[in-house]
Design a protein around this ligand. Structure first.
Ligand SMILES: Cc1cc2nc3c(=O)[nH]c(=O)nc-3n(C[C@H](O)[C@H](O)[C@H](O)COP(=O)(O)OP(=O)(O)OC[C@H]3O[C@@H](n4cnc5c(N)ncnc54)[C@H](O)[C@@H]3O)c2cc1C
Length: 467
């Protein structure tokens, strides 16, 4: 059976990136993947893999061979460890499927982002993250990668075996080769108590720790972002209102009763269906689409619309398995830019964005999302070596985003902000080299792994320099 697919145009989720590859293929296993890559390289084609196409940048775009790893979704191995398990999965597995498989084995990812549509390879390759002041992004949970090189070689890289290739491949935009499998450290399944509550923005900023630029004098340990396992907030531009989300892991006693009730089909402390619908639809989906269309038709009404939206949100508390709390559907399409900034700069950055929005006359119906991560040691992680806060700005797909994003990008540039590798930004290799202490190490490994530039595309040329 052939896995070649008819060539044709490819478009990403946000509909701002397209590709017209000469070839497309969806190999059925690692051997076929290796042969397909080698053949394309011998024919002088560029090669890129695509996951779910959820990057806003041209990360997956190619003019040569575009690979789908949709057939590589198997769970190859689950080895129990003292802290949970080590799980090896096909690189194309989608996060929602991975979460199901893990849950059925009594396991879970330690942390996740907002959605679960991505492939594991795509998610780690761009540094996808969730929130948690003491936690890292998905790439920090990776313990091994199987990399297919341009010559069709297959290398198992781990922190012990081929450590440089491991580092450059667990977060490297697929620039060292195509990932065929990923090994993850996962934890025993757990429940989260989710508390969502609208707060005045000033209260949020006051209760952040001083290490996050908080003004209320809360000690570093006491600050809001440290007091909860997963804290984030959405600030509604043109207003001083925010929706806070405080998610906390249940203790062993609560966990036992939550598991029992879930097993019986009960939802402990579950939010009512109607309330959940109102909040989810208002912030992310059906009603939010209407709100955005209204703001597009009558831009000057945006501040009033945002004020009404922020007021319409009501507090809710519920308990659910972790992956159900972390992720939610996102049906309204948008464009996004997200920068990691040093945590101490967070409050100043937000105040500057607020001032810019007010002075510029720009209308922004989408909330600004703020999240947290611990410092980590992944070479190209946006949180490499520093405690970070993420500031994500979005614009509805039918509205121009350029001026707003440019305004915000100037603000975060002043504090050494690092852009999410999968979200819009304008930085090039020279700017990024200054922001990543291990950038040259990454470029050295990339040059060794792909001397002919088979895995390059215009976006990797922009951010890493041309091969
Ligand atoms: C609605 C929405 C919500 C989002 N929420 C979050 C969030 O909460 N947190 C966050 O950090 N990000 C978030 N993102 C960004 C998203 O997680 C990343 O862009 C991620 O890369 C998308 O995964 P994907 O499978 O779609 O990868 P793609 O976009 O398809 O690919 C991303 C990169 O990975 C490479 N790649 C894919 N597969 C392989 C492979 N097998 N081997 C080598 N390289 C490969 C591609 O070539 C490309 O360079 C969101 C995006 C959207 C659209």
């Amino acid at each position: 059976m052939t896995s070649q697919q008819a060539p044709g145009s490819w478009t990403n989720w946000a509909r701002n990136q397209t590709a017209d590859p000469l070839r497309r293929a969806a190999p059925r296993d690692t051997d076929e993947l290796a042969q397909t890559v080698r053949r394309a390289a011998d024919d002088g084609l560029h090669v890129r893999a695509v996951g779910a196409g959820h990057s806003f940048t041209g990360a997956a775009v190619t003019d040569g061979l575009l690979l789908s790893l949709d057939h590589l979704q198997t769970v190859e191995d689950v080895t129990r460890t003292e802290t949970g398990a080590r799980v090896t999965v096909g690189a194309g597995i989608r996060l929602h499927r991975l979460n199901e498989v893990l849950a059925s084995a009594g396991l879970a990812m330690r942390n996740l982002g907002d959605i679960d549509r991505q492939s594991i390879a795509g998610a780690i390759s761009t540094g996808t993250h969730g929130t948690g002041a003491s936690l890292g992004g998905l790439a920090t949970q990776v313990r091994g990668v199987r990399v297919v090189g341009a010559d069709g070689s297959v290398t198992e890289a781990t922190p012990e075996q081929d450590p440089d290739l491991f580092e450059a491949s667990r977060l490297g935009l697929g620039s060292t080769g195509v990932l065929a499998a990923v090994t993850l450290d996962v934890v025993p399944a757990f429940h989260l108590r989710a508390q969502e509550e609208p707060w005045p923005l000033d209260r949020v900023l006051e209760e952040l720790s001083t290490a996050s630029g908080g003004r209320g004098g809360g000690s570093d340990a006491e600050g809001l972002e440290n007091a909860h396992d997963h804290f984030e907030f959405y600030w509604f531009p043109h207003t001083r209102r925010a929706l806070t989300k405080r998610n906390d892991r249940l203790g062993p006693d609560d966990e036992a009763s939550a598991s029992l009730r879930t097993a019986r089909g009960e939802r402990p402390g579950a939010v009512t269906r109607a309330r959940a619908w109102v909040d989810e639809e208002l912030l992310s989906n059906g009603a939010f689409e209407v709100i955005n269309r209204l703001a597009t038709a009558v831009p000057r009404a945006t501040p009033r619309i945002n004020a009404l939206s922020a007021r319409a949100l009501a507090p809710r508390t519920y308990v659910a398995p972790s992956h159900e709390v972390f992720v939610s559907p996102r049906r309204v399409r948008f464009r996004e830019m997200e920068y990691a900034v040093p945590r101490a700069e967070l409050v100043n950055v937000l105040e500057e964005i607020d001032a810019w929005v007010r002075a510029s006359g720009e209308n922004v119906p989408f909330p600004v999302e703020v999240r947290f991560a611990a410092a980590d040691d992944v070479w190209l992680s946006t949180a490499h070596g520093r405690e970070s806060a993420y500031v994500a700005v979005h614009q509805y797909l039918r509205l121009p985003h350029e001026r707003y994003f440019e305004g915000v990008e100037k603000i975060v540039a002043g504090v050494g902000g690092r852009p999410h590798w999968g979200k819009l930004h304008t930085l090039g290799a020279e700017d990024l080299a200054e922001r990543y202490p291990r950038f040259e190490d990454f470029r050295r490994v990339r040059a060794q792994a792909d001397p002919g530039g088979v895995f390059a595309n215009p976006y990797t040329d922009q951010v890493f320099g041309p091969r």
